[in-house]
Design a protein around this ligand. Structure first.
Ligand code: COA
Length: 133
């Protein structure tokens, strides 16, 4: 049987505005994602056309290396490409900033998702992406 994939939802990704932070925290909490150290300076969000925050990703700096500890997509829109658009945007941004690596703390979840972007196992709790060019 041929099953259609749900259509990709177009979102715009950008730096979180301070007024969007309550939605980001709510999204993280709903999805069981840690919220400590999360703020507008280190968070990117995915917004629908109407401006609703449907995805968020926060990066902390660990000894000069960017570490992704928090990522969540609205449960209702899971599997519609929001995570991919958010991830690809942030990877490009970090590349432009001149970083050579990105680490992701995966809490034993979603390694399959991260490996789609080229992340490789670094140790039992982290994966690493080497950035080139
Ligand atoms: C993990 C998460 C961010 C993925 O976001 P999403 O918008 O559903 O993902 P996308 O639709 O963009 O998927 C992109 C690709 O990854 C795949 N994928 C998505 N989640 C996956 C998973 N858990 N394991 C393996 N592959 C996965 C999709 O099938 C898709 O593949 P394709 O491009 O070949 O079709 C989202 O499921 C989520 O918020 N999960 C709960 C929170 C969480 O676990 N956060 C991480 C801990 S901090």
């Amino acid at each position: 049987m041929h099953t259609e994939k749900p259509a990709v939802i177009d979102v715009t990704v950008g730096k979180a505005k301070p007024e969007e932070m309550p939605s980001v925290v709510q999204l993280y909490k709903k999805r069981g994602v840690e919220t400590s150290g999360v703020g507008p300076a280190n968070t990117h969000v995915a917004r629908t056309e109407s401006g609703r925050v449907v995805g968020a990703l926060s990066v902390v700096n660990c000894g000069g290396v960017p570490v992704i500890k928090n990522i969540a997509v609205d449960m209702e829109l899971e599997g519609r490409g929001v995570g991919r658009q958010l991830f690809e945007y942030v990877i490009e941004e970090l590349k432009k900033q001149g970083h050579h690596h990105i680490i992701i703390a995966h809490q034993n979840r979603n390694q399959g998702f991260y490996s789609k972007f080229g992340f490789k196992e670094l140790n039992p709790s982290e994966m690493v992406l080497e950035l080139r060019g």
